[in-house]
Ligand binder design. Structure first.
Ligand code: SF4
Length: 470
């Protein structure tokens, strides 16, 4: 199990060795996890081919393995929010991947023989689709604020663009929300408005986006997120502040589904979120191990604490129902230096116990991969090499085994309507491979999935110009 891949060792042969080592694991999830771990890069030709793409929003974290100041070709305003891998020499089923840039990665999105592809050390391993910009991205509010500043990629609303957990004593150690906002400002390449969006503006854009989805017979889910409010914001407590947005969005004509991300809170507050109209609640716990929790999440440990976090998730199931409480985990962070687990076995064992505990109680854990963003406290505190790919593969396989065991209490995959962005609803989540694992194992894709993705992609074949590597 000591097979540790690093950026320098990574190559086509290393990837193939993992395919052979884990024949029962979908190749697609192994590839996705390696790409999220090492990042990926775009050739000049691929950047040109991305014209008209849904451009990466940087609306919360950067998800990049290098700072924006290293981008010399305006990558941060040209690369897509996410992309889809499919087909190619391994005949892959589609998986969607959040763009996580690193010029040092062996994974390069390129144009070869007029086709958008993913290469590893120059060898094509899959074909690529890049989503088109949705029409609403071209609209502005009367004060000039672009609609996409309010709602990114058709669903994501960062209501409060900062976090009141500030500095080493409070900020989660893997998080670059505050640093990311600073680098966006420094770049002068983003239209940045006030960190808080007004309820009226949010409702207006939600109505428009939900209307666009309705026109194509698609479903609509909004994810409401934002930084922690430890004291007050606009003279309101966290629950008073966020509840108003949830209620207002739920009350638009289409009554969209609402997912809300927030700190774990006691039952009375959770009930208020539910009553206001939230359908799912994400108490993002980030790391399961009780001793690592205060190191990784000092603000959450101080304000809530591990015991309360877990207890309040269980209480929230009584309010929201089985499968509706969905904490995310920054998977791999339990192996961060210097205090994380030293072996893959220990890290997998810890997450396995967490998954079992949560799933058996109707809580749906979402392992999303750690991206090792350079301005985070973790990366400043110690050198952080890539987490062994074995960890991600074994952790996800265990997740799926437990999902099968407790699936009666957990959400089902493959049941969602396409939405404005087909790939975000028809495929697994972009930040981790747990959903893809289940979808591929059980073949839960609609028959016309490729057609639906192609229809909403920028041109991906017969592209003029030769391959160019940058
Ligand atoms: S709560 Fe933690 S992860 Fe979330 S925005 Fe604040 S510092 Fe970042």
């Amino acid at each position: 199990m000591g097979n540790i891949s690093t950026a320098t060792e990574s190559s086509f042969d290393v990837l193939e060795s993992y395919f052979k080592k884990y024949p029962d694991v979908p190749k697609e999830t192994i590839l996705k996890q390696h790409m999220l771990s090492l990042g990926h890069w775009f050739s000049d030709a691929a950047l040109d081919a991305s014209a008209g793409a849904l451009v990466k929003s940087y609306r919360l974290f950067s998800y990049d393995l290098v700072p924006m100041s290293e981008f010399k070709r305006g990558e941060h305003r040209r690369v897509p929010e996410h992309f889809v891998l499919l087909n190619g020499p391994y005949d892959m089923r589609p998986v969607a991947i959040q763009t996580s840039l690193s010029p040092y990665s062996p994974y390069l999105i390129d144009v070869v023989d007029g086709r958008l592809v993913l290469t590893v050390d120059g060898q094509v391993v899959a074909h690529v689709r890049i989503p088109k910009t949705p029409d609403y991205y071209f609209k502005n509010l009367p004060d000039g604020t672009p609609y996409h500043e309010i709602i990114a990629f058709g669903s994501f609303i960062t209501i409060f663009r900062n976090c009141q957990y500030w500095g080493a004593k409070e900020e989660c150690k893997f998080c670059d929300i505050n640093e990311n906002a600073r680098q966006m400002k420094l770049s002068r390449d983003f239209t940045l408005n006030a960190p808080v969006k007004s309820v009226a503006d949010v409702v207006k854009v939600c109505e428009h986006v939900a209307g666009d989805a309705q026109k194509i017979g698609a479903g609509q889910n909004f994810v409401l997120s934002g930084g922690t409010i430890t004291k007050t914001l606009h003279s309101k407590s966290e629950v008073d502040f966020y509840e108003e947005y949830i209620r207002a969005i739920k009350n638009i004509a289409t009554q969209p589904r609402i997912t809300f991300e927030v700190n774990a809170r006691p039952r009375e507050e959770v009930q208020r979120y539910k009553d206001a109209g939230a359908d799912h609640i994400h108490f993002n716990m980030e790391v399961w191990d009780k001793t690592l929790f205060p190191w990784i999440n000092p603000g959450k440990a101080e304000r809530v604490g591990w015991d309360n976090w877990v207890r309040w998730m269980e209480d929230a199931v009584e309010v929201f129902g089985n499968g509706m409480v969905q904490p995310s985990f920054v998977s791999g962070v339990e192996m961060a230096r210097p205090h994380g687990f030293k072996t893959v076995e220990e890290a997998v064992k810890s997450m396995t116990s967490g998954f079992e505990y949560l799933m058996s109680r109707g809580i749906f854990p979402r392992p999303q991969q750690w991206r090792r963003e350079p301005s985070t406290a973790l990366c400043k505190e110690a050198e952080q090499p890539p987490v062994p790919l074995d960890y991600y593969i074994l952790m996800t396989r265990t997740w799926y085994e437990l999902y099968q065991k407790y699936r009666d209490k957990l959400p089902k995959f493959g049941t969602r309507k396409p939405g404005l962005l087909a790939e975000r609803n028809l495929l697994g989540p972009v930040h981790g491979a747990y959903g893809d694992f289940a979808m591929i194992k059980e073949n839960l894709f609609p028959e016309d999935v490729e057609e639906q993705i192609n229809r909403r992609s920028v041109p991906f074949e017969n592209i003029a110009g030769a391959a160019s590597v940058s």
